[in-house]
Ligand binder design. Structure first.
Ligand code: AMP
Length: 286
């Protein structure tokens, strides 16, 4: 059930397809936690067969980001997937994905470039090229696995919006399923990067969900002016928090808003103990 090679995976998936079975793909970078597991459970409910990809994609990390130290726990991941009834864990090497010895740059490789308006905002502002790397690897995984469904978390809201846009614009015949954010009881959104935090850092990180919940409460009380809503955050922040952005935008198009409405999403990125954390909330739940 653990495959490292594209060809091996293809042979297996083609067999399923011939039998008329539906296939779900859950793309991950591994270090699986309950957030990932919720996607896997949804995939199991929706599809006959489930493939989980487990690949720390080098081309979505900037030169000063944490690619080298990103947690890699393949053995434990496979065990978790096994328990959940995943059919295949696909864990290719970078050489397998991009070609042996291939220089990982858009000078020499074909990249997928999502639209400027979707990228030049929120996480894309500080992470130049990140979403090109994400879309490129996701489209490659789509072509390799050819699933009927693919599952993504709202935790990475900008990512899932951009992937939906790519699928629409490039006529990719795959249904994208968005799954809700899974949190610790404390409110902290689960993330593989939480592993970098100390216990104290985890407490300081609660500020992200507190700020977002407070914005939602204020919105429910009738405050719709985006500047006023954003202002409410400042009383939560201390010198332990390095705020990168707090924005309220349209949850489908990422368009900035002056006045919040039921289609708005509040998103935050903030560093705690040097760890970059993100979170978001719909001002009105579905
Ligand atoms: P990653 O391994 O961080 O690339 O995440 C793989 C997938 O899991 C993405 O679609 C994420 O949005 C999703 N994911 C990560 N954390 C959570 C979470 N706390 N709740 C729901 N989905 C999540």
């Amino acid at each position: 059930m653990l495959y490292h090679r594209i060809e091996e995976l293809r042979v297996e998936v083609q067999k399923w397809k011939k039998e008329g079975l539906t296939v779900g793909l859950v793309p991950t970078m591994g270090a699986l936690h309950n957030g990932h597991m919720s996607l896997i459970k949804k995939a199991k409910e929706t599809c006959d067969k489930v493939v989980v990809s487990d690949f720390v994609n080098p081309i979505q990390f900037g030169p000063s980001e944490d690619f080298d130290k990103y947690p890699r726990t393949l053995e434990a991941d496979v065990e978790l997937c096994d328990k959940e009834g995943v059919d295949i864990v696909f864990a290719p090497s970078a050489d397998e994905m991009y070609g042996e010895g291939q220089r990982l740059s858009n000078d020499t490789l074909t990249y997928v470039c999502p639209p400027f308006f979707y990228v030049n905002t929120l996480c894309g502002k500080s992470r130049t090229g990140h979403f090109d790397g994400v879309c490129t690897v996701v489209l490659k995984l789509f072509n390799i696995v050819q699933p009927n469904y693919a599952f993504f978390g709202q935790k990475d809201a900008q990512q899932v919006i951009i992937i939906k846009k790519m699928v629409k614009d490039l006529n990719v015949p795959i249904n994208i399923v968005q799954c809700p954010i899974v949190r610790e009881e404390s409110g902290l959104a689960l993330s593989s990067r939480n592993k970098y935090l100390t216990e104290e850092g985890k407490k300081d990180a609660l500020v992200l969900s507190r700020i977002l919940n407070n914005i939602k409460t204020c919105y429910e009380k009738g405050i719709t002016d985006v500047l006023a809503l954003k202002e409410t955050a400042y009383s939560f922040l201390t010198d332990k928090h390095d705020l990168e952005y707090l924005e309220i935008v349209d949850r489908n198009t990422l368009e900035a808003k002056m006045i919040a409405d039921d289609e708005s999403i509040a998103l935050i990125a903030c560093r705690v103990e040097g760890v970059r954390l993100i979170d978001n909330i719909y001002l009105k739940e579905d």
